[in-house]
Write a protein that binds this ligand. Structure first.
Ligand code: C2E
Ligand code: CA
Ligand code: CA
Length: 646
């Protein structure tokens, strides 16, 4: 309040002194002929000098910051100067009275009342100054004019009293409004401060992981961007990714509290090892990361990564009193390979981590030249695939699934082949992975499906074809609906001859969505096969709830079929299970007669693999369909030998 009062009076000071200067000069001129020079020249000149002096003081004061401490003495000084000014002016007027004729006397009374009132206008927010000025003026007026004997001066005196009281009341009103304004401003300021503090706190929370207190994924990404920008592409920071092995086991066996304890301990150890070398972050789950500043060499990075491995693998005290143990796989970027954007560093680290996890647990892998070549090739394939005329460049080959007891072809699996004008022939393993990584599978699948429908319209009614779907095709409703639209253009007898092959991984991210979408295909009359069974979770729940029509045992079992009794047992059990559940079972990747024999012994009747045929071009497949060529029927004579009957 004091600050506000001081500010508002200070603002008015120049005009106030200008007013006083003019008033004094005019009064001096009015009495120039009648009063002595001391009163008409010296006093107004002194007043002008005084005003100029005060004005310069205020000018300086207005440059200083006014706060609660400086405002009070300033106001006190203002009050003192005002009263003194009133007294001096009063004395001057009083000394002029003896030289005044009646008109001049009236002018003096007018001067006194008006100047007193005008001065208060400038000090309105401070009622004390207003009261002091008005009181001094009024007392002066009474002293000089009341006893003059003329009732006119007494009437003017009464009028002045009323006006002065009104001025004082107005001043109090102004002061109250200023006070309310100040209060409001203070509240607003407090509110603003509170909001700013909350925003800062929120940002800190949004950027840190609540469990470990480490910076979180979002913060990590911001840090990479900042450090990359600071490096100006010269000495790059090193980005490391740390993935825990064995964490899930601790969570499952000892519970979530133990899992939390492990994460907190790992976070502390990361901080200890990194020290001033870099910042650790928790990206989520059991994934951590670190950024080493550009001051660290790649040698130091290697040492730090190995120290992290050692620190993480030390036993951890669990809340239950047990000791927990986890290990880590670490991949980190290398400043030796130029990057265009900050996320390229992350891609390098991610790639290296992927390689580390492929090796034994507890490995550190640094991004290398060989990795750079693979990544470059991946980017190349991705670029070409994105810009390819897939309808033109993709073609299908067909690998038969054969009923080994009769040699009859049960169906063909359509497998895509891509002949890129820039890259030549690209393996499906490569381009399917790229399409999946860059979210372009729906384009691939719809073209394969279109070509499959066209092929089925050409081939005789009994021929069936299965088509591979990617995970993204069935977890995205939009993609599924697009494929359904395409399938609806095909006649029903064609749709009934199409099988969709899906893998277990398709159900991992969103089981219910994938299930809903699969049912839509099924409602159109398609059959559904579970591909690569045995490589994922091999969940019986999937088999039961998703009501697959066909299960395809992955080819990784085939090799072991001849050498490992357990594999043999497993295949024969899956086969038996499928039979009990009325699910058709196909064994994939059978290459040799020996494997075929073992597969048959394990109960497998339907076989797909090089032992019968590699994927065939459409005209070659047609020769089997129209009976020009056929596969041998094999029957079992005894458990050890199979005889070809065709
Ligand atoms: P998949 O679905 O498991 O397909 C079977 C793969 O095993 C085919 O490889 C096939 O040529 C190969 N194969 C068949 N019999 C044998 C054998 O006796 N020994 C060996 N070593 N391999 C055998 P291909 O054509 O290279 O396809 C590889 C993978 O690419 C496929 O595995 C499938 O996952 C994917 N793929 C191929 N075409 C498509 C497609 O149109 N769409 C999608 N989404 N994926 C496709
Ligand atoms: Ca397949
Ligand atoms: Ca397969």
């Amino acid at each position: 309040m004091l600050v506000e009062q001081t500010r508002s009076i200070l603002q008015a000071i120049p005009s106030l002194y200008a007013l006083l200067t003019v008033a004094c000069l005019l009064l001096g001129i009015t009495f120039a002929d009648t009063a002595p020079k001391l009163l008409t020249v010296a006093v107004p000149s002194a007043a002008v000098l005084f005003c100029a002096w005060r004005y310069s003081i205020w000018r300086r004061a207005s440059k200083f910051e006014i706060n609660a401490e400086t405002a009070r003495p300033m106001l006190l000084r203002m009050e003192f100067v005002t009263v003194m000014l009133c007294l001096v002016l009063g004395a001057w007027l009083w000394s002029l009275v003896p030289y005044a004729n009646p008109t001049q006397k009236m002018y003096l009374a007018f001067f006194m009342g008006l100047t007193g009132a005008s001065v208060t206008i400038y000090a309105m927010p401070r009622p004390r100054i207003v009261a002091m000025t008005l009181c001094t003026t009024f007392v002066g007026y009474i002293a000089i004019f009341w006893f003059d004997g003329s009732p006119l001066y007494q009437l003017i005196g009464c009028e002045l009293l009323v006006v002065f009281i009104t001025f004082y009341n107005v001043s109090r009103g102004v002061a109250r409004r200023v006070e309310q304004g100040v209060l409001l401003q203070t509240q607003l300021l407090a509110g603003h401060r509170h909001a700013t503090a909350l925003a800062t706190e929120n940002r800190a929370l949004a950027l840190s992981d609540t469990l470990t207190g480490l910076p979180n994924r979002r913060c990590f990404f911001e840090d990479i961007e900042n450090q990359f920008a600071d490096s100006h592409g010269r000495t790059l920071p090193i980005v490391g990714l740390v993935d825990l092995d064995g964490f899930k086991h601790i969570n499952d066996v000892f519970g979530h509290a133990a899992g939390d304890a492990v994460l907190i301990a790992v976070a502390e150890r990361l901080q200890n090892v990194l020290g001033t070398h870099g910042i650790p972050s928790r990206l989520g789950g059991d994934e951590f990361a670190f950024i080493l500043s550009d001051k660290n060499s790649i040698r130091e990075a290697r040492c730090i990564a190995n120290d992290i491995l050692d620190a993480v693998s030390a036993p951890i005290d669990l809340p239950s009193g047990d000791k927990g143990r986890v290990s880590a796989s670490i991949g980190f970027s290398s400043p030796d390979f130029p990057v265009n954007v900050a996320t390229d560093l992350l891609e390098q680290a991610d790639f290296a981590l992927y390689r580390a996890k492929e090796m034994n647990s507890g490995t550190v892998v640094e991004f290398s030249g060989a990795h750079a070549d693979i990544l470059r090739r991946e980017h190349n394939v991705q670029f070409c695939f994105k810009n390819a005329d897939l309808a033109e460049e993709l073609r299908l080959v067909f690998q038969p699934v054969v009923d080994s007891t009769s040699g009859r072809i049960v169906r063909f699996e359509a497998l895509a082949r891509w002949e890129s004008p820039e890259l030549g022939s690209v393996s499906p393993v490569e381009f399917v992975a790229v399409a999946e990584k860059s979210g372009m599978t729906s384009r691939l699948t719809s073209i394969v499906l279109r070509k499959t429908i066209d092929q089925l319209l050409v081939w005789t009614e009994g021929t069936k074809i299965s088509v591979n779907l990617s995970a993204q095709d069935i977890i995205s409703e939009d993609t599924t609906d697009g494929l359904i639209e395409l399938l609806e253009t095909a006649p029903e007898h064609v749709r009934r001859r199409i099988t969709l092959e899906v893998t277990e991984t398709s159900f991992l991210s969103d089981f219910s969505e994938a299930r809903r979408n699969l049912l839509k295909f099924r409602a159109l009359g398609l059959t559904i096969a579970l591909d690569d069974f045995g490589t994922g979770y091999s969940s019986l729940r999937y088999l039961q709830e998703l009501e697959f029509d066909i299960v395809k045992i992955d080819r990784s079992f085939v090799n072991a079929l001849c050498t490992h009794e357990k594999s043999f047992g497993l295949v024969s059990t899956i086969q038996q299970l499928c039979r009990n559940m009325a699910i058709e079972c196909v064994i994939e990747g059978v290459e040799t007669q020996e494997q075929l024999t073992m597969a048959r012994r394990a109960g497998c009747r339907l076989v797909q693999g090089y032992v019968y045929a590699k994927p065939l071009e459409s005209p070659d497949a047609s020769r089997y369909i129209n009976g020009e060529l056929q596969f041998p029927a094999i029957r079992v004579t005894n458990v050890d030998s199979l005889v070809s009957v065709a």
